[in-house]
Design a protein around this ligand. Sequence first.
Ligand code: DNO
Ligand code: MN
Length: 359
Amino acid sequence: MKMTWRWYGEGNDNITLDHVRQIPGVMGIVWSLHDKVAGEVWEMERIQQAADQITAKGFSPAVVESVNIHDDIKIGLPTRDKYIDIYIDTIRKLSKVGVKVICYNFMPIFDWTRTELYKELPDGSNALFYEKAAITDNPQAMVDRILSGSKGFTMPGWEPERLAKLDELFAAYKPVTEDVLLENLKYFLERIIPVCEEVDVKMAIHPDDPAWPIFGLPRIIRSREHIRKFLALVDSPYNGLTFCTGSLGTSAENDLPAMIREFHDRIHFAHIRNVKRFDNGDFIEVSHRGQDGSVDVAEVVRAYHECGFQGYVRPDHGRHLWGEEANCRPGYGLYDRAMGIMYLLGVWDSLDNGSRGNR
Ligand code: DNO
Ligand code: MN
């Protein structure tokens, strides 16, 4: 597996590439043009500049997370064709700087959803938390709560400008059932996948987080059955997955190692992290160590190892440790993600029969 690190870019991330160089085993940076809203054109100069910064420090820029999908594509409006053309243009440009995988999601309105960004754990660290009872039928209250608690950091999927029009967005999604959303995804994929095949860029959809519908909005990438349906929409290796154990792991019904064994050919990007589920439907993000949560992370790594997984991996989110929460983007501190990497590599190396194994 190829270990990577999500980085928010020069001036937009307190963690520098020089920090990341000191974490053993990281070969690539997962990046994006974070100031771009869904549907905007990505200029070649900006792409080149970002890729150059990354390669200058010895990292590969092969994974982009995310190129976000405009709501008109998800809703299926006539204007979608224009936004799909822009998306195709971005895929072609990214291929020119060595991008091999694009992560994206197809969740209506909200990307990942939590109710608290800095919830304290018993050990004094803190992490992203989802409290079921706090998800009422008032999405505006949740948006206000998250945006006011974000310590001024921008968060992908939580763009204040877009969420300012929440009522309009909900009205536009009214006719979009699960089936309609799936149809709209198929329409999008049928247009972009031939281009991906031509320029050798793999698409990797991120699952829904959490793995159930919220606020009556449809969610279509959240179980084994949903993923089977998704992969059949366009049966090409270029139509693949970001397999996120943290997102799929919010539901006890998802047997993650079994799903990895079934889908590994189509997994281009692995997000490996742990969550602790509670009986009342709450969950919190915890350390990567299997014993600390509900995801058997060592088993997950074993499943990848067994399949000879060669794709990209990242530790996804981490807790905020040792006071870094004072100045740390929710879920994206330095220390816990670095420790997570060492745990993942430790399990992997031991399965490889020691450090001389074939990585
Ligand atoms: C959560 C994160 C996601 C992810 C986007 C991809 O597990 O990995 O926020 O970045 O959904 O579009
Ligand atoms: Mn993820």
